[in-house]
Design a protein. Structure first.
Ligand code: DON
Length: 305
């Protein structure tokens, strides 16, 4: 397995030069554009890594699956999906237009920014600090990594430049989708996006989902099987935004990307996969990371379809 992963990373490394690191959050433009790495965690607890798998990056939109799990655990699925839809979108991840024109003012799904901010607003906690602490604690538990922290520079950069997210959130406040304090919900969202991880952390969270909510390395049940199923389904339909259909056809693995360059994948009953490659394509997905997953899916027959 390790040899296969190494070969796939090296074969696809040239794609990194075709992409760009995210620059709309200034601090993200410091990422290493040439990095490419992968980690696989199988359900019998084996781990295999290749390339620049030790590269640290911020979770960004990959955190949206963590907060979706936590919000469902805190509120139940009916309450969460009364505020946020579960339909894919053909617009970009930070698009505004659908909020007013589609789905009766409800964000289309929890993977686009509007839907993720609304989901985060539902997380239990008396104060924003307590919500962030709960998100961090949950992320550490499901990744088996007690050393996950917020990258303060990325957080500050997101907060200073997050005007689009602010406008999405205030619009949702006006329509009653967000009920609490808007700035506080945004602050929690900016912090969750700024959690710093490696491909291994993503692979482990992927393995939890692949294993129906049970941590493969301890046997501990973290989320009900139904919640794991809901999250994986939404990853298939919405996880790569307006590239989700193409990704499903070519790769066919429930996955979630982020503009930090991470992709988290869950192959049901088989493995979790974490990929890092900060050079992004035009839709905000890791350009080389998607190619790596395409090769791995083909060579190991991982498509769920
Ligand atoms: O809110 C934002 O724009 C970022 N913190 C996260 C967006 C993101 O990762 C979209 N991913 N491809």
């Amino acid at each position: 397995m390790k040899k296969l992963l190494e070969a796939i990373v090296e074969r696809n490394r040239h794609w990194t030069s075709q992409g760009e690191v995210a620059s709309y959050i200034p601090e993200l433009s410091k990422a290493n554009r040439d990095a490419l790495g992968i980690c696989v965690v199988t359900l019998d607890g084996e781990e295999y890594s290749a390339g620049d798998y030790e590269t640290k990056f911020t979770m960004q939109s990959v955190s949206k699956i963590v907060t979706l799990m936590l919000a469902i655990l805190d509120n139940g699925k009916e309450n969460v999906f009364s505020k946020v839809g579960m339909e894919p979108t053909s617009s970009s991840f930070n698009s505004i237009v659908n909020l007013e024109t589609k789905n009766l003012n409800k964000p289309l799904n929890p993977m686009i920014n509007s839907g993720a901010i609304a989901t985060t607003a539902l997380i239990a906690g008396e104060t924003p600090e307590e919500k962030v602490e709960r998100i961090l604690k949950f992320t550490r538990r499901i990744s088996g990594n007690p050393d996950i922290y917020i990258n303060e520079d990325v957080y500050r950069s997101e907060k200073e430049t997050g005007h689009r997210n602010r406008s999405l959130a205030y619009f949702m406040k006006s329509t009653g989708v967000i009920e609490g304090n808007v700035e506080e919900s945004l602050d929690v969202y900016f912090k969750q996006c700024s959690m710093e991880v490696t491909a291994r952390d993503l692979a482990r969270i992927g393995a939890l989902l692949a294993n129906d909510g049970i941590l493969p390395w301890t046997g501990e049940k973290i989320i009900p099987r139904e919640v794991a199923r809901i999250v994986k389904t939404i990853m298939v339909t919405c996880g790569l935004y307006d590239a989700s259909g193409k990704f499903a056809v070519h790769i066919g693995i429930p996955s979630k990307s982020g503009v930090g360059g991470g992709i988290l994948s869950a192959v049901p009953g088989r493995m979790g996969i974490g990929v890092v490659g900060p050079a992004l394509d035009a839709k905000g997905n890791s350009i080389a990371g998607v190619k790596v997953l395409e090769d791995l899916s083909r060579e190991m027959d991982l498509s769920i379809f």
